[in-house]
Each structure stands twice: as structure tokens, then as C-alpha cells.
Design a protein around this ligand. Structure first.
Ligand SMILES: NC(=O)c1ccc[n+]([C@@H]2O[C@H](COP(=O)([O-])OP(=O)(O)OC[C@H]3O[C@@H](n4cnc5c(N)ncnc54)[C@H](OP(=O)(O)O)[C@@H]3O)[C@@H](O)[C@H]2O)c1
Length: 331
């Protein structure tokens, strides 16, 4: 018997299925995830640490690729976790992936530094991983992309995400590509940055540009649900799916809501985009982690929203709304 069959749930008699279905409500027994060994990249990050916990709780053995041992935090107490050190651009990645049935690639950066460019990390890193996965016979490849990924008239971030998608689509491995909007929840860098600005800037609350840019932020727990299901949900196979939350909000509404939850009563002040761009250009020439980049400003102006219907249909989820999720997090 193959090792994967050993891990598969035992078949259930139909009467038991009916009984259990009504007893546990919404969960269909036919859709319980089959356990599979997952190679997870980006496990030390915001989304990655949440997904790692979920995969282990679901009973999947996980092999996590991290750049620094210890970076993936806890998890071993939750299940079968193996840590391997490496970079997504490392040669010989196949030996690290060998023995895994599925790959989930979450590696990403939000600003470039020296040789850590969007093209290198997103596109060439994904290409390296796809080649490794194909070499060792991986049977599922789940790729983290981003809403707005496209080849033309796009930021370097979105172009590199699209190029990475193309590597996955042409891999000849059954794939799923997920494209989230802004992701929020405990540990979200974008939310933390807005909280810091609201708290630390004296007297006023700066808001970039007009603040009328539209988003559908998605809660990290909903993102994790879609990734976990993508390992085995046949409806997701060979689909590129936008991941968005229940509520469309403008940047003004996002910052107002954060201030309200934190009981901050400062007047919002709109900083004109040309001034923001000047600040971003200045930060780009000093060797520090930039608080804002020109690419981020471009993405902000573009907004990030889409129709939630395909995601809701494929994954059968009702995503959390931004206000509801934020209140829960900050209250
Ligand atoms: N957060 C959002 O709002 C959002 C929205 C849409 C799409 N996404 C995408 O979602 C993914 C995860 O985002 P996140 O917010 O969780 O970001 P994050 O917290 O910065 O995590 C990024 C992960 O990528 C790893 N990584 C970076 N470069 C690497 C390399 N060369 N080799 C191996 N690992 C590398 C990091 O490892 P280290 O710990 O070693 O740095 C970290 O584990 C990214 O692909 C991002 O583009 C995020």
C-alpha cells in the first residue's frame, strides 16, 4: 500500500455519512482534505505562519523552507513539521522538495533591495521552484500571486507576479493560483504601518493622496482557508482566483476605522501624491527599510478590488468584512 493511502481517511458507510453530515452541519465529509506532504515556502512570514499552523492542524506533514533556521517559529508541537534551510533561488532545490506531493509557494517581497528584486524573487524564484517540483513529480502547485498581477501597464511588482503565474501555468503540474487583495489580521504589515502612523504622528492623521482608492481587504484566516482547500479542491484546479473580503472600502474609510477602533481623535490630513512620491524617491536612495516606495504608491492609487463571487462559489466561504475583522482584532 502506498504511504499516501495509509494516510487517507477510511471510507464511510453512506448512512454514517448522512448522520455525521447533519451532526456537524456545514462540513461535507466528501471534502475533508486528504493528507498530503506539503512543501511550504514563506513559512516564516505573515501568511505563511498562519497557513503552517492550519496545515499541521489539518494533519498534513509539512516541510517548510526557511532562510534562517528558527524563523518559522513554533509549529512542531502541532504536527509533523520538518524545517529545511534554503533560498527560493538556491540551486539544487529539487532535493529539498523530493518526497513532497504538493508545493505551496508564498515567497514574496514588498520592496526591492540590492539583488532582492521583484523579478528575481517572484519570477525567477518561482521558476526555480517549478523546475524542482516537476523534477521530483509534485502533483499540486499552489501559488501565491496578488490581485492586479498582469503583464502590461503594471508596476514591476505586478509584472513579476504575473511572470511567476505563467511559470506555474506552464509547469504541467496541476496548479491553483490565488490572487489576494490587501491581507489584514494580526501580524499584517500594512495594518501595523497604518496603526503606527495614526498613533505616532502628532496632532494629525496623514492620509496618502485623496484617500479615495478602493480596496477589498481580505482577512488572513480567509486566505488560509482558500490555500488549505486549494490542495485538494477539484473546483480550484487550473484556476486563477481573486481573493477579496466581504466589504469594499476606500483608504479614507480604512484609516478612519483604524482611528475609531484605537480611539484616536486626530484630524485626517491628505498628503498630495506628488509629495508622497518625492518622499518615496528620497527613501529609495538611503540604505534603510523604506516606509513607503513609489511602487507601493502606484498600487495604492490603483486600488485593489474584485468580484468575490468566484472565490465564494469555489471555496464555499463567506469572507469576513474589513470593519468586522478589524474591530475583532483591535477592540
Ligand atoms: N500581505 C499582503 O497584503 C499580500 C497581498 C497580496 C499578496 N501577498 C503575497 O503573499 C505572500 C506572503 O506575504 P506576507 O504578507 O506573508 O509577506 P511576509 O510576511 O514578508 O513573508 C514573506 C515570506 O517570504 C520569504 N522570503 C522572501 N524572500 C525569500 C527568498 N529569497 N527565499 C526564501 N524565502 C523568501 C520570507 O522569509 P524570511 O523570513 O527569511 O524573510 C517570508 O517567509 C507574498 O508572496 C506576497 O507577495 C501579500
Amino acid at each position: 500500500m502506498a504511504s499516501t493511502e495509509l494516510l487517507a481517511p477510511a471510507p464511510l458507510d453512506e448512512s454514517w455519512r448522512g448522520y455525521l453530515r447533519s451532526a456537524i452541519g456545514c462540513v461535507s465529509l466528501d471534502e475533508r482534505p486528504r493528507r498530503m506532504k506539503v512543501f511550504l515556502t514563506g513559512a516564516s512570514g505573515f501568511v505563511g505562519s498562519n497557513l503552517l499552523e492550519r496545515l499541521l492542524r489539518d494533519g498534513h506533514p509539512v516541510r517548510a523552507l526557511v532562510r534562517r533556521r528558527g524563523a518559522a517559529g513554533g509549529g512542531s508541537e502541532l504536527g509533523n513539521l520538518e524545517i529545511v534551510e534554503g533560498d527560493i533561488l538556491s540551486p539544487g532545490l529539487a532535493s529539498k522538495v523530493d518526497g513532497c506531493e504538493a508545493v505551496v509557494n508564498l515567497v514574496g517581497i514588498i520592496y526591492e533591495s540590492r539583488n532582492q528584486t521583484f523579478e528575481a524573487i517572484h519570477h525567477l524564484g518561482t521558476k526555480n521552484l517549478v523546475v524542482a517540483a516537476r523534477e521530483v513529480g509534485v502533483r499540486r502547485f499552489v501559488q501565491m500571486s496578488a490581485l492586479g498581477a498582469r503583464p502590461n501597464n503594471a508596476t514591476t511588482y505586478h509584472r513579476s507576479k504575473f511572470a511567476a503565474e505563467q511559470e506555474v501555468r506552464s509547469s504541467r503540474i496541476p496548479w491553483v493560483i490565488l490572487r489576494p487583495s490587501l491581507i489584514f489580521g494580526p501580524g499584517s504589515a500594512f495594518l501595523q504601518q497604518m496603526i503606527d502612523v495614526a498613533r505616532r504622528v502628532p496632532l494629525v492623521r496623514p492620509v496618502a493622496g485623496t484617500g479615495e482608492y478602493r480596496f477589498r481587504p481580505i482577512h488572513v484566516k480567509d486566505v488560509v482557508e482558500c490555500f488549505a482547500q486549494s490542495l485538494s479542491n477539484p473546483e480550484a484546479t487550473e484556476k486563477t482566483i481573486d481573493l477579496v473580503g466581504a466589504e469594499e472600502v476606500t483608504l479614507n474609510q480604512i484609516t478612519d476605522e483604524i482611528a475609531s477602533c484605537l480611539n484616536i481623535r486626530k484630524t485626517p490630513v491628505h498628503v498630495p501624491m506628488p509629495l508622497m512620491r518625492l518622499a518615496a524617491a528620497a527613501f529609495s536612495i538611503v540604505p534603510v527599510k523604506p516606509p513607503v516606495t513609489s511602487v507601493q504608491l502606484q498600487m495604492l492609487e490603483e486600488g485593489s478590488t474584485a468580484d468575490p463571487a468566484p472565490m465564494k462559489r469555489i471555496f464555499r466561504i463567506e469572507p469576513t468584512g474589513f470593519r468586522e475583522g478589524l474591530k475583532h482584532q483591535l477592540d
